[in-house]
Design a protein around this ligand. Structure first.
Ligand code: THU
Length: 131
């Protein structure tokens, strides 16, 4: 599967966003080396701080199905905003442990896209190596 196909699956996942508070939809899709894909969307709550971001939904879904870091090929995260949304700080920390530093992360909105990685997004990360 190429980058555009994975990004399109993330847009498909975005349709399931539950966003009655922010009205800001985000979608994500984890691609595994064996071709399996796992969707995620942002899921909000009346207790606002309990919202789960799309990329965390996707990576937790993958892990819940037995996937581990070494099985992951790439992650796509998309939003419908005017700008390309980069993962929030909490998601960077989670992704650092669960997808690794150099796995490609494709970020896109309807008009633009870029590729990044946790190495770029979370310099000087605190990791399990520090414990
Ligand atoms: N959100 C994500 O799902 N991923 C991001 O990378 C940034 C923010 C969600 C959380 C919340 O539901 C909405 O976007 C507005 O912050």
């Amino acid at each position: 599967m190429n980058k555009n196909e994975l990004v399109n699956l993330a847009f498909k996942a975005m349709e399931n966003a539950y966003v009655p508070y922010s009205h800001y939809r985000v979608g994500a899709c984890v691609l595994c080396k064996d071709g399996r894909t796992f969707y995620g969307a942002n899921i909000e709550n009346a207790s606002y701080g309990l919202a789960n971001c799309a990329e965390r939904s996707a990576i937790f879904s993958a892990y819940s199905n037995g996937v581990r870091k070494e099985d992951i090929e790439a992650l796509a995260i998309v939003s419908e905003g005017k700008t390309i949304a980069a993962p929030c700080g909490a998601c960077r920390q989670v992704l650092c442990e669960l997808i690794g530093f150099d796995t490609p992360i494709y970020l896109a909105n309807r008009g633009a896209e870029t590729t990044t990685s946790i190495r770029e997004l979370l310099p000087m990360a605190f990791t399990n190596e520090d414990l």
